[in-house]
Design a protein around this ligand. Structure first.
Ligand SMILES: NC(=O)C1=CN([C@@H]2O[C@H](COP(=O)(O)OP(=O)(O)OC[C@H]3O[C@@H](n4cnc5c(N)ncnc54)[C@H](OP(=O)(O)O)[C@@H]3O)[C@@H](O)[C@H]2O)C=CC1
Ligand SMILES: Cc1cn([C@H]2C[C@H](O)[C@@H](COP(=O)(O)OP(=O)(O)O[C@H]3O[C@@H](C)C(=O)[C@@H](O)[C@H]3O)O2)c(=O)[nH]c1=O
Length: 298
C-alpha cells in the first residue's frame, strides 16, 4: 500500500526537491503544503494544499484531510538576518508552528521528519560535530531551530531531526539562491565576489537532502541525524571549487575574513557536521562537492 506523505514548505528550495523526488515514486502518495500557491501549478504528480501552519485550525484540518503516515517539515524562516530582526515572527514559524505539527503527528500516529541546521552549534571547535555534541547557537535563527528540535523530541514518539548545512543546487524562479549559484553567476558575468575564508562548513547538494529524508522515512529509530556533504571547507574554498569545476576565472574570488565582511548577524566559525551516523545506520552516500557542482550545472 502507498504511504501518504505530507511535505510542509513545499514551495521552498529544499522542500520542492523532496516533493519532486518522492512524488515520482510509486510507493508514495504525496501532498505538498505551503503558505503561498503552488509554484508549479501545472504539475500533476502530487496534490497541493495552501495553508498557514501558524493557524491551529488550518493545521488540524490539513491533518484530518490527508491522514499522513509521514510528515516532512521543511518550512521555516530560513534567513538568519531576517530572524535576528523579527524574533516574534521567527518564534511563530520556527518554534510554535513546528510544535503544532509535532502535536498533530502524535495525535494521528504519523512519523515526523523535521529539518534543522548546523547553526544550532557554536562553532568554537576544529572537529566535525556529531549528534552527541551540545548545541550553543550564536544567532537567533540557530536558537529558534534548536528550540524546534527540542519541541519535536518532547512531543513526538516517532520522529527524526535531519540537520542540513549550506544547501546548494539550482533554485526555481522565486526561490532563494545559494552560495554555489551566486559564485557561478558572478564569475560567469566577470564580476568579483568577496567570500569568507574563516567559516568552515560541510555543504550539502540538495538532492542528497532528498536522499537522506527518503532513508529516514523507512528508518525505524528516533533522533538526530546529520545529513550533509562529505567535505568540510571554508566558503572561500567552496568558491574556488566552483571556479575549478566550471573552469571560470578564480582571480575574481576575493577571500576576506568574517571581521572584514562585517556580516550583520553572527555565524559560527566552524560548523562542519559528521555524517558517520547517517552513513552507518541509513546507508547515506552523498555526492562529493565536485560531483554536486557538476550535477547542478549539467
Ligand atoms: N537552505 C539552507 O542552506 C539550509 C536550510 N536549513 C533548514 O532546512 C529547511 C528548508 O530550508 P530552505 O529550503 O532553505 O527553506 P526556504 O526558505 O526555501 O523555504 C521555506 C518554505 O517554508 C514555507 N513557509 C514559511 N512559513 C510558512 C507558514 N507559516 N506556513 C506554511 N509554509 C510556510 C515557505 O512557503 P511559501 O514559499 O509558500 O511562502 C517556504 O517556501 C528549513 O528548516 C531551514 O531552517 C538548514 C540548513 C541550511
Ligand atoms: C552572500 C555571500 C555569502 N557568503 C558566505 C556567508 C555564509 O558563511 C555562507 C552562506 O551564506 P548564505 O547567506 O547563503 O547563508 P547563511 O545564512 O550563512 O547560511 C545558512 O543558511 C541557513 C538557512 C542555515 O541553516 C545554515 O546552514 C547556512 O546554510 O557564504 C560570502 O562569503 N559571500 C557572499 O557574498
Amino acid at each position: 500500500m502507498q504511504q501518504k506523505i505530507l511535505i510542509v514548505g513545499a514551495n521552498g528550495f529544499t522542500g520542492r526537491r523532496i516533493l519532486d523526488t518522492l512524488s515520482g515514486k510509486a510507493d508514495f502518495q504525496v501532498t505538498g503544503c505551503s503558505l503561498h500557491p503552488d509554484i508549479c501549478p501545472d504539475a500533476n504528480s502530487y496534490r497541493f494544499v495552501q495553508a498557514d501552519i501558524r493557524d491551529d485550525a488550518a493545521v488540524r484540518r490539513l491533518f484530518e484531510e490527508i491522514q499522513p503516515d509521514i510528515v516532512i517539515n521543511t518550512s521555516a524562516l530560513s534567513s538568519p538576518d531576517y530572524c535576528e530582526n523579527h524574533r516574534e515572527e521567527t518564534d511563530e514559524t520556527n518554534i510554535h508552528a513546528a510544535a503544532r505539527l509535532a502535536e498533530n503527528c502524535e495525535r494521528l500516529d504519523s512519523r515526523l521528519i523535521h529539518l534543522s541546521t548546523d547553526f544550532v552549534f557554536g562553532g568554537d571547535t576544529d572537529r566535525l560535530y556529531t549528534e552527541e555534541d551540545m548545541p550553543a547557537p550564536v544567532n537567533y535563527y540557530g536558537r529558534s531551530k534548536w528550540e524546534s528540535e527540542q519541541q519535536v523530541a518532547r512531543l513526538c514518539s516517532n520522529y527524526a531531526v535531519a540537520r542540513i548545512v549550506v544547501v546548494y543546487g539550482q533554485p526555481l524562479p522565486g526561490q532563494h539562491g545559494n552560495i554555489v549559484r551566486l559564485v557561478a553567476d558572478r564569475l560567469r558575468s566577470g564580476q568579483p565576489i568577496r567570500v569568507v575564508n574563516d567559516q568552515w562548513r560541510t555543504p550539502t547538494f540538495v538532492n542528497d537532502v532528498a536522499q537522506g529524508v527518503e532513508q529516514l522515512i523507512s528508518h525505524p529509530s528516533n533522533g538526530l541525524f546529520h545529513i550533509c556533504g562529505p567535505e568540510c571547507l571554508t566558503i572561500a574554498d567552496i568558491a574556488c571549487r566552483v571556479a575549478d569545476v566550471l573552469q571560470l576565472d578564480a582571480s575574481l574570488i576575493q577571500p576576506v575574513s568574517t571581521a572584514e565582511m562585517q556580516e550583520a548577524t553572527p555565524r559560527p566559525r566552524f560548523s562542519g557536521l559528521s555524517i558517520d551516523k547517517a552513513r552507518r545506520l541509513l546507508g547515506y552516500r552523498p555526492h562529493s562537492l565536485d560531483e554536486g557542482i557538476r550535477a547542478m550545472f549539467s
